[in-house]
Design a protein around this ligand. Structure first.
Ligand code: MN
Length: 486
């Protein structure tokens, strides 16, 4: 701190040194100008050879000389030594904030987290302990990343090209559908094409992937697995995470069919939400213990064949293993598991794709009646419009839908997720119960139906769900105004 008596003396010496420096600076500028003039003449000679190169002359040079701000003691020029003796200007709030953020980042980067523990592994074969406290500590160090109910969606497809012609295009469209959904809802999306455990291919590949995603995303409360062959067909609906406060695993299914009947289709393992918790890690470990990477896989195949009703596979698949785990070890897992049937967290595709036009017509009718629902809006506003529609749908269903958990999902309500089980879009070896054409047409229709909800915010829509290429622009006031538009 300076006293007031020192100020005039310091000002005087400061002015003196400023004048000296001004002279020195003018001299410097003179020599610099001479140098530049020399450069200019050289570059003028060679300009015909390098016309594409940027002009080597520093263009603001004349401006520097003529418009240089006057040298006043209150504004010391920073690179000069005088700055060290001049009264320091008060730190502006901006630079102060920048400094403290830098300090904060430096502090954070030096604090050890679970990432610095060499014994902690991303792989499924090495269990993690005390994950809840490790994750909590990481969240404490990264408060800006800790958002309640943060979701990371995880999905993927095999590393190689699809054996089925057209399979890669279908996968692209399924991926686009998930990217659209996640963009609309602010969820992170991780699409993986690497087999993280070489001995866990096919339906088992998701387990090591979900496990790695839990470690890679400590900021996410939920990891949401969605199969490659599942499409979002209600782009507005969001899983009611507030209803899952007491749960760590949410999977589409029915308690009687899982816990009592032990039926293979009592649940579907193609879509699930897993809380990023120690419970979640332990659950994955228990599930994986029946997988093909263990020496007991063959034995599990025989056990599950005998135990799981309606099992169609000839080996221990992930879905029958999951039914077994829940039914056999109810005491250990059941209170944290929610079998969701109040909405289509996974909807079986066949009955859904046939009634898409009826559902679209029902929604259009709703919009014709209520101007709020058909009002044009920015894509970023989709969330609040989705909530408005959800309230409308709940009221129309007489208190059914999401809030009245357990009540029947209205038939004319969009299915949330349409899952093409048995269609194998990439591999092509579909379940013989369906024709390949039936699968392909169904997928195109569902994806176009979903895309119409996305394109709506861009002013367009498909003219025909069966024709992915057909498109029209929507007139103002659609769908209350003319059905035309172009
Ligand atoms: Mn699937």
């Amino acid at each position: 701190m300076q006293t007031e008596d020192e100020t005039p003396l310091r000002k005087k010496s400061f002015l003196l040194s400023s004048v000296t420096l001004l002279v020195a600076e003018r001299l410097l500028l003179f020599f610099f100008g001479a140098g530049v003039a020399l450069l200019f003449s050289v570059s003028a000679l060679s300009s015909s050879l390098c016309t594409d190169l940027p002009n080597p002359i520093p263009t603001p040079l004349p401006t520097i000389i003529h418009h240089r701000p006057p040298l006043v003691p209150s504004i010391p020029r920073r690179p000069l030594p005088v700055a060290t003796t001049a009264p320091r200007p008060p730190l502006s709030t901006v630079s102060h904030r920048r400094d403290s953020r830098k300090d904060h980042d430096r502090r954070r980067s030096t604090r050890a987290t679970f990432y610095d523990d060499p014994s902690l592994s991303y792989t499924i074969d090495r269990p993690i302990t005390n994950w809840d406290s490790k994750r909590r500590e990481w969240l404490r160090l990264n408060p800006s990343l800790a958002t309640p109910d943060r979701v990371v969606m995880v999905t993927g497809s095999p590393p190689g090209r699809c054996p089925n012609p057209g399979g890669d295009h279908l996968l692209l469209r399924f991926y686009k559908n998930k990217a659209d959904y996640c963009r609309l809802h602010g969820y992170d999306l991780f699409y993986n094409t690497a087999l993280l455990h070489p001995e866990m291919p096919g339906c088992w590949a998701k387990i090591p992937l979900v496990r790695a995603a839990m470690v890679a995303h400590p900021e996410s409360e939920w990891v949401w697995w969605v199969d490659q062959d599942a499409a979002f067909t209600d782009m507005e609906f969001r899983p009611p995470l507030h209803r899952y406060r007491a749960h760590h695993f949410v999977v589409p299914g029915w308690p009687y069919m899982v816990y009592t009947a032990r039926d293979w289709v009592g649940l579907n393992a193609g879509v699930f939400l897993l809380r990023n918790s120690q419970w979640g890690l332990d659950f994955l470990d228990a599930w994986a213990s029946m997988g093909p990477q263990t020496p007991h896989h063959g034995k599990w195949g025989r056990i599950l064949d005998a135990e799981i009703r309606g099992k169609l596979t000839s080996f221990a698949d992930d879905q029958s293993a999951l039914v077994h785990l829940l039914a056999k070890e109810q005491r250990r897992w059941r209170d944290k598991v929610h079998l969701e049937s109040a909405y289509d967290l996974h909807g079986y595709w066949e009955p859904i794709v046939g009634r898409l036009e009826d559902v679209a017509a029902a929604y259009a009718e709703m919009e014709r009646r209520d101007a709020v629902l058909r009002r044009r809006h920015a894509e970023k506003e989709a969330g609040s419009y989705g909530e408005t529609r959800s309230r409308y749908l709940d009221a129309a269903a007489g208190g059914g839908g999401e809030k009245g958990s357990g009540k029947r999902w209205p038939r004319k309500r969009r299915s949330f997720v349409t899952h093409f089980t048995g269609c194998q879009p990439c591999g092509g070896d579909h379940n013989p119960a369906y024709t390949w054409q039936g699968c392909v047409d169904g997928m195109a229709r569902a994806l176009n139906f979903a895309d119409d909800q996305v394109l709506r915010a861009y002013g367009f829509g498909h003219t025909n769900l069966n024709d992915s290429a057909s498109i029209r622009s929507l007139p103002f006031g659609y769908p209350a105004s003319s059905r035309g538009g172009r």
